[in-house]
Design a protein around this ligand. Structure first.
Ligand SMILES: [Zn+2]
Length: 855
């Protein structure tokens, strides 16, 4: 499956014969909507995993696992990505581009198919890959220039072909060294030969003349001054930021020599006369062997075919000498990186402060005596960590304090431990950048989370489905690129609870200190209600996964399945009028999921069938040939799943009251808050009397003095869901929290989430109970159709008795003679039917034979 790239419809056709056979066996109609068959249990589907989702999951798993673990396949993938990026010539790696813009430029590979597949599902994978280099200030990628010029897709393809033939990616590769004009060669479709190629380009056939016309036209319109014959650029470029080694032509004005770099040597060109320093001639007797003069500058030239002459078309100023690099403090680096960050990109600790002298710590690092001690705190879904980098003696310390990035639901104590380790490793690596020696110093990292330490410092391959894969892979990458030999140490946490300060080891004391800081920081965040952390991509993250534009912490089959199935399912429900997309988001799906999981498989299937309406009601019994007419067995009206709780017959109403009574008893047994119980009870009643709904409800919850805005909000959300949804267990977000608050106020330790899941389950049981009642009646003599049949049968029994023993064979005469009329009338319906059938059939046969003998 990782290699197959079949489409969604292909997989549906493959599954079709399997489902035809298996759905029937599972007691589900063969024509059951496939979108609900493939919907997960959480969304009340049948939970058959869509094979297309499994394929996408395997694709993501391959991309993430191999790029994070730097395997051979990972290297191949990276090479493939870079080759695609060179092929499309755009600023982003292939997987971050829009297929509608650049899909036409990419060659047909597995990666391209996966890219298009993921894009169609709103899934994005960002694998770290070096961008295409720009070579001077204001330089731009040619393909970006063409896309901005709004050329159509086909022209873009031809322009890309021309670009690949010239083996260029940026505008700066087409211009003169002074950054003022396009070279004549570049417009004529000839390689300029000014640069040593930076990439290995595939061999490309030369495009035809019409394509070069297009190239000239678009390029001239996009970058040249209109009506200027000297090919002057609209916006001049420069100064150059690339290396001099890239250039093949270099001019030294002091020695009046133009150098030409080739693979084997440096050729020398000298001016043709002492006055002009523009035209040069090859000195065939000498080559340059020593180092280049210090004043060489980049030059662009025009070659004169079949002669040894060249004319200089432009030169760039001599590069200024490199500024002396100052010894950078970690604080300097930290601020620089922090300035580079935005909401989605980059993470550094929020607080770093140095106590004492950074240089002393640097010397300790060089001697292998630096120690990193980290600890984390986690309370009320807020994770923080604190770290110190110090030596065993002396008061020189780097203190770090940070909050754990990531979504609220991903936060845990383990994640915070990992985050503390990342912060310590990052800062130690920054410190190491200041070392002049190339030897790898040794740094010992200590923490009390043994699981976090093991995961970080082991070398076994990481699985993308492991919790906090993102953080783990980022830490492993930070360890890999650092020039430090790391050692881990486990410290017993919270030793201060069992030991005195004197009894504690040095490590335990340091751990206790950072623990206090981490806890203090968490308290501070909670007190200021600053509980939502950023969820950015880490600087060292090898591979980030985004589903629905949100970065996820690890790969999960369930979330991929949702991305595949949910859009179709939401469309289906919206079309059927069950749930509109905006009301869909109001439902507390995790609670519904918990409720569904607690049901037995047969009941789960019932709920699913009930949501679609394809269950054992007369409407479908008639379609399936089990019943001659679509009639409710209780009231005789047409019966579909919506009729069941709304049946006007007295028996249905009694059953309804019984089930509501059971629900109220359940509310009492679970100590449900009275306003909640009363609201839901009243809302359920509106199923039978819909006209009362909005006014009654509004008046109702105000009358009961529910002033809390939270309660009002949840009630309003529930009111936006159709009351019928209650019978399918759909409850709005917020009920669990409200009940949790109520439990807390009563001093109860019960869980609001569990209560909500049980409530959802209880509501589905009401739906089932209402359906079961007419179904039982259908199979009993109380069925209104059966009653009508019984009346007709009674009439025939009376008639048979009136006829007496006439035309009756001998063996059947006791049936009339011995059993009296009353006794026969008391028989069950089926027996009566049989009795009438036997007697009437026997008489018919006798009469026929008599008629035959008369003939
Ligand atoms: Zn009815």
């Amino acid at each position: 499956m990782p290699l197959s790239t079949l489409g969604r419809s292909d997989w549906v056709s493959i599954m079709s014969p399997i489902l035809q056979a298996s759905l029937h066996k599972a007691g589900v109609c063969r024509s059951f909507p496939r979108v609900v068959v493939f919907a997960p249990l959480k969304y009340q589907g049948l939970g058959v995993l869509h094979p297309f989702a499994l394929q996408v999951f395997h694709h993501l798993s391959v991309l993430m696992r191999h790029s994070a673990n730097r395997t051979k396949t990972g290297q191949y993938l990276e090479a493939n990505l870079q080759s695609h990026q060179l092929g499309t010539g755009t600023s982003f790696p292939l997987l971050q581009q829009e297929p509608t813009n650049t899909g036409i430029l990419a060659s047909e590979t597995w990666l391209k198919r996966v890219w298009i597949e993921l894009d169609s599902l709103g899934i994005r994978v960002e694998i770290s890959s070096p961008p295409l280099s720009l070579h001077c200030a204001d330089d731009r990628l040619l393909m970006d220039i063409f896309i901005d010029a709004l050329v159509d897709q086909e022209d873009l393809l031809w322009l890309n072909w021309c670009r690949q033939f010239l083996q260029v990616t940026t505008l700066s590769e087409l211009i003169t060294a002074d950054g003022c004009s396009l070279t004549a060669a570049s417009l004529a479709g000839q390689p300029s030969g000014h640069f040593v190629p930076s990439y290995s380009w595939p061999r490309t056939r030369r495009p035809g003349p019409s394509h070069w016309d297009l190239w000239r036209r678009v390029l001239s319109q996009a970058v040249l001054r209109p009506y200027c014959r000297r090919r002057r650029l609209l916006r001049l470029l420069g100064p150059w930021s690339d290396s001099l080694d890239r250039w093949t032509w270099l001019l030294s004005r002091t020695s009046s020599i133009l150098f030409h770099r080739s693979a084997s040597n440096l050729a020398i060109y000298r001016p043709i006369n002492s006055r002009s320093h523009k035209t040069f001639r090859r000195d065939l007797h000498h080559t340059w062997t020593g180092p280049l003069p210090g004043d060489v500058q980049r030059a662009s030239v025009n070659l004169h075919p079949r002669t040894a002459y060249v004319t200089i078309t432009g030169t760039a100023p001599v590069d200024p000498p490199d500024p002396e690099s100052l010894p950078a403090s970690i604080l300097h680096l930290w601020r620089e990186l922090a300035a580079d960050m935005d909401d989605d990109w980059g993470w550094v600790p929020e607080y770093i402060y140095i106590e004492g002298d950074e240089q002393v710590l640097l010397a300790a690092l060089e001697k292998g005596k630096l120690r990193v001690i980290s600890d984390a705190s986690f309370k009320q879904q807020v994770g923080t960590a604190a770290v110190q980098l110090r030596t065993r003696r002396g008061g020189h310390v780097i203190w770090i304090k940070c909050r754990t990035p990531g979504k609220r639901e991903d936060q845990s104590a383990y994640r915070s431990e990992l985050n503390g380790l990342l912060a310590g490793i990052l800062v130690a690596s920054w410190l190491c950048l200041q070392l002049k020696s190339l030897d790898k110093p040794r740094v010992r990292v200590a923490c009390d989370g043994i699981a976090a330490l093991r995961q970080v410092f082991s070398t076994w391959p990481l699985s993308p489905t492991a919790p906090h894969f993102v953080l783990l892979s980022s830490i492993r990458e930070a360890l890999r690129v650092s020039n430090i030999s790391w050692a881990e140490q486990h410290v017993v946490g919270h030793a201060d609870r069992t030991k005195t300060w004197q009894q504690m080891s040095w490590w335990e004391r340091q751990n206790s200190e950072v623990d206090d800081i981490a806890q203090g920081y968490a308290d501070e965040l909670i007190a200021t209600d600053d509980t939502i952390a950023r969820n950015p991509k880490f600087f060292s993250e090898p591979c980030a996964l985004y589903i629905d534009n949100e970065k996820v912490s690890c790969l999960a089959l369930a979330s991929v399945d949702e991305a595949v199935v949910l859009p179709e399912l939401m469309d289906y429900w919206a079309a059927k009028g069950r749930l509109a997309p905006e009301t869909f988001r109001l439902v507390d799906w995790p609670v519904v999921h918990r409720a569904m999981k607690s049901l037995k498989p047969a009941k789960q299937r019932f709920v699913t069938k009930h949501t679609v309406g394809m269950c054992g009601v007369s409407k479908f019994r008639k379609r399936w040939g089990l019943d001659s007419k679509n009639r409710c067995p209780l009231c005789g009206l047409e019966e579909d799943h919506l009729h069941v709780p709304r049946c006007p017959s007295d028996r249905a109403k009694t059953q309804w009251q019984l089930l509501l009574q059971e629900l109220q008893e359940w509310f009492q047994s679970t100590t449900t808050a009275t306003p909640i119980a009363q609201f839901l009870g009243a809302l359920l009643c509106t199923i039978c009397t819909p006209s009362n709904q909005p006014q009654t409800q509004t008046r109702w919850y105000r009358l009961h003095g529910i002033s809390s805005s939270a309660l009002t909000q949840v009630c309003e959300a529930q009111l936006r869901l159709a009351p019928q949804c209650l019978l399918e267990g759909l409850i709005a977000h917020g009920w669990a929290d409200l009940q949790q608050q109520f439990y807390r106020s009563c001093g109860s330790r019960r869980s609001g989430n569990l209560w909500a899941a049980n409530l959802s389950r209880q509501l589905t049981l009401i739906g089932k109970g209402m359906w079961k009642h007419p179904n039982d009646v259908f199979h009993s003599d109380d069925n209104i159709v059966h009653q009508q049949r019984a009346t007709a049968l009674d009439r025939r029994i009376h008639a048979e008795f009136e006829m007496g023993l006439r035309d009756l064979p001998r063996n059947l005469r006791p049936a009339i003679r011995r059993s009296g009329l009353v006794e026969v009338l008391r028989l069950p319906l089926a027996d009566k039917e049989e009795w009438v059938l036997v007697i009437s059939e026997a008489r018919r046969k006798i009469r026929q034979s008599l008629a035959g003998s008369y003939d």
